[in-house]
Design a protein around this ligand. Structure first.
Ligand code: FA5
Length: 340
């Protein structure tokens, strides 16, 4: 029987090597492993052998069958892999399609716009490489004024115009650009990138986004600013989140105020995210300084207005419970998928 099995295996292997597609493979399987195959017949015939031969014959026939099965599976895998035998097996389960999604900062930016649009704020943009005149001068921050230290600036070396070009440190220069171009009433927001020569940390980036807001008209008061900010925070975070408005200083607003929200990481107790204060600053704001209005040709006795500049990453941190601002820019898909 062993001889018969050896011959059978040799012939079957040769045929298997020649099977070049799924149909040939299936044909081979039926012929050599099916119910009417030679090996199945031999296995059946073991029972009719003399008792002392049965055990060895059974083992040999079973081993031959296992050899054939293993050879079949190997050839099947080989055909699946090889380009020649690559046929589409429509019964194979497909790979799941991963859907992309918007970056959490893009979503935050869109939501800020959606919340402010019904109040009449239209979005405009301005250049990221900016003149000193717009970034500072027209905002009541003359050269050598100590307030320039509030914004650590990346200057751009241009031999023809030394000291005149920089990467904007905030979106406020677009205030002056807009007011130079249109007459009141003004209601604009300015989403965009800003740059600061700052150390990166859990809540500070050197390159981040702001949304500036500017409203100019007759009879605008600080109450309008407060109402706008309160509405904004309620729409963004729900009615329960705490907002704190405190007096501050910006050369281009008078009076000036900063707004903080209770820290999402520690619930206000104080932690490394909020620097131990329990609050995270989200925006600077105030009533537009009369000098700023006059410098762009508005009559400060007729027109007043408010302005604010909010940090988009800071708002996204609060919204999504992110404890390190740098995570937004690491392009780690595991992080981004968590915030979908
Ligand atoms: C300003 O940039 C003013 N231009 C805001 C303003 C506009 C005041 C209009 C008055 C009128 P400040 O430097 O505080 O202010 O930045 C505003 C907001 O940007 C901060 O409240 C914070 O949310 C965000 N921000 C500031 N620095 C960083 C930083 N390094 N990384 C991330 N966000 C920051």
């Amino acid at each position: 029987m062993q001889k018969q099995l050896d011959a059978l295996l040799d012939a079957a292997r040769a045929e298997l090597a020649a099977a070049a597609d799924n149909a040939a493979l299936e044909q081979w399987r039926v012929t050599h492993l099916g119910r009417r195959s030679e090996v199945t017949g031999l296995l059946r015939s073991v029972g009719s052998l003399a008792r002392e031969e049965r055990r060895a014959a059974g083992q040999a026939a079973n081993a031959a069958r296992r050899d054939l099965e293993a050879a079949f599976e190997a050839r099947q895998a080989e055909l699946r892999r090889s380009a020649d035998g690559a046929q589409v097996d429509v019964t194979m389960p497909g790979y799941p399609v991963r859907l992309g999604s918007l970056h959490p900062l893009t979503r935050t930016l869109r939501e800020i716009r959606r919340v402010l649009a019904p109040l009449g704020f239209r979005a405009v943009s301005g250049p990221e490489v900016e003149w000193d005149r717009y970034n500072f001068e027209l905002l009541n921050i003359p050269a050598d004024h100590p307030a320039r230290d509030m914004w650590d600036t990346f200057h751009i070396h241009d031999k023809a115009r030394p000291g005149e070009l920089l990467l904007r440190t905030h979106t406020s220069p677009v205030q002056a650009r807009v007011m130079e171009q249109i007459q009141p009433p003004v209601r604009v927001i300015v989403p965009g990138k800003v740059y600061r020569y700052e150390d990166r940390s859990a809540k500070n980036e050197a390159e981040f986004m702001q949304v500036e807001g500017l409203a100019i008209d007759e009879h605008i008061t600080m109450a309008d600013l407060r109402g706008t900010l309160t509405h904004f925070v309620r729409m963004m975070f729900g009615p329960d989140r705490e907002l704190r408005i405190r007096a501050s200083y910006f050369p281009f607003t008078e009076p000036s105020a900063e707004a903080d929200m209770s820290c999402h990481a520690c619930g206000g107790k104080g932690c490394s995210v909020c620097g131990g204060t329990g609050w995270i600053e989200i925006l600077g704001s105030g009533m537009v300084h009369p000098k700023v209005l006059a410098d762009v040709g508005y009559d400060p006795d007729v027109y007043q207005g408010f302005a604010f500049g909010m940090g988009v990453e800071r708002i996204a941190m609060l919204k999504y419970g992110v404890t390190d601002i740098r995570s937004f820019y690491r392009n780690d898909l595991r992080f981004l998928r968590q915030l979908r």
